[in-house]
Design a protein around this ligand. Sequence first.
Ligand SMILES: [Zn+2]
Length: 247
Amino acid sequence: MYYTDADFAQAMDALGIVGIDRLVIHELLANRAIRGMESYGLWNDSTAMRAESLEFRMGLDPDKLFDICRGLSKREIIGFNVHNATVSSVWLGRVFAETVQEFASEREQKDQERTSLRAPVHKGVKGALRLDAHLLFESTCELCGLQGEQGRDGNGNKLIAARIVKDGGPYAENVTLVCRSCVHEFRGIDLPLECRTVAQMRIAREKGNAAPRRVATKPPPKRKQITIEAIGLGKVTVVDADNGTVT
Ligand SMILES: [Zn+2]
């Protein structure tokens, strides 16, 4: 966990630390005066601020500092040591640490929620489903029928357990096995719905039936339109192979 200036400010607001008290806390934060707070993970070091230094930086006399420390320490916002009836050292206390921690973890949680809203849902086919796809389809592409071995097609490319409907999740009812070139052809679009699914193959296996026949086919390649433009009739030469005449 990390802490921001906003976390500290919110903690001070929540604890009603204002005026000179707030300035003291600012000094302690700037000096990382966190003795006894390492268990809260605020920082890794653990120190107290010398009272003389605090008095000097804030232009306080020892009596005034004593009053401030007494007030804040009652609520465990700070802790302090006394030597010869004057404050000798000051540090941030348990209640302050706990309050900061609450605000910091609240902020982190909100950040995480925002991130998870943004993060795309993982659509990859994994685990047992992926294994079953390879096993039940016997390393054969559902679309072109290309047969492979041990998860690879005849060209050494991995066969891919893929979702049929791209908006659908990686479920047994929506997963089939295809080769790499078929995957490329269908990039971003749904596979033909007649593709058999892992779910269908599993049912056949459980019933001891033969797997249903593969009926899905790769759609024919889009017909190329060839336009032959006749620019003019050239002279056609025909050579008669028998007698060598040319016409
Ligand atoms: Zn294929």
